[in-house]
Each structure stands twice: as structure tokens, then as C-alpha cells.
Design a protein around this ligand. Sequence first.
Ligand code: GLN
Length: 232
Amino acid sequence: PAQAANKPHYTIATDTTYPPFEFQTDKGQYRGIDIDMLKAIAKTEGFTYTLKPMSFNAGVQAVQAGQVDGLLAGMSITDARKQEFDFSKPYYKSGIVLAVSKKDHNIKALKDLKGKTVAAKTGTMGAEYAKKMAPKYGFKVTYFNDSNTMYSDVMVGNTVGTFEDAPVMGYAIKQGTQMKIVTKPANGGWYGFGVKKGSNAALLKDFNAGYTKIVDNGQFDQIVERYVGENG
Ligand code: GLN
């Protein structure tokens, strides 16, 4: 349907790079599960939007400062975040894994991190998990703003591993990142689209309505299949 005259234009923050949820193609276009989902939802509901790629942490802050209308970035729905965000329906299941360099043969579990340093992305569940486990297992944490820099840091050997979301780490490895996952997913949870608590109820309502439609008509599964399907 054509854009309804009374539908606003939204500004939506997304992570700079978080494949298969958001990433830039060679031609500079944004694609991924989150991006294609938003596009399909906007089309169904007749609203328009501008994407603002930024670090995950900057996205969280931009929503809270009212600089953007929402954050769509493989963002985990948590009780703590519910104090500051209203979330859409959950759309993707995830969990946190420890990944190390493919060349590493010593780190097979959290206990092997004793005396070492790991990489984590500021403001994420992975970082929170790392911080929580650090005193128990005796490791240090270095923080980064985006996943690519974090993976590079591990591969050059500055840090011995990283805590990252399972579907994201799995996808990166499938795409050739020279790392391997050594733990089972922990702290499982769901991704949701987030807006500032108490604000933007109309956007959230449209998002949920559109999401339900694209799930019911099979479009959502097609989008997921496009990136993480058997032949993907
Ligand atoms: N799912 C994680 C979180 O919400 C990581 C999100 C991200 O890095 N884009 O904290």
C-alpha cells in the first residue's frame, strides 16, 4: 500500500556491523535479517524510515536521548533494559558463546581463561556476561565498539577470545572469520526492536502489527532463510 498521509517518518538506529542481522553490502547498501524485516514491515504498515548505523552502545544512548525513534540491532530483551525500553514482540532466539582463534588449542572452557584477557562489545549482553564471569574465572575484559574490531583483536592475538551472540559468531565463522566457538550458548534470550520507554507507542504498534503479518504470510521465514538457511 502507498504511504498513508498520516504516517510519520521514523529514524531507526542499527549496529554498524552485526551480520546476519545488519551489514553493508559491497555496494554500501544495508542488508540483513533486521534490515529486510524492517523494510517488509514498513511496506506493510505504510510508514517510512531512515536508518542510522552506529555502535550498539551509541544506539542505546541515542534512543534514551530521543535522538532516534528506535534501535533495531539484534538487541536482547532483558528485564534490566525493560526499565528504559519498550520492546516489540520477540523475533529471534539467541545466546552467548565464547569464541577463540582457530589456531588456539588451549582454551576449551571458561576455566581456561585464567590470567588471560577477552574482548567484548561495550553495552552488550556479551560484555555483561564477561564482566560477571571475570572474577570467578580470573580473566580480564577489553571493550570494543564493534564486532569486527573485536574479532580482529582476537585473531591477531591481543585478546584470547570474545563473548558474542551465537548466531552472529556462527555466521561470521561460516563467512570465513578464522575463529571457533568453544562453549555452548549461555544466557539464552530473544531479540526485540526497542523504543524509549513510554515513547513511540505508535511505532511499536505498527512494528508489531507488520511483524505479525510477515510471520503469518511466510515473509519473515523467507528473510531468515535468505541469510541462515541451509543453502545460505
Ligand atoms: N544481543 C546483544 C545485546 O543485545 C548484542 C547486540 C549487538 O551487539 N548488536 O546486547
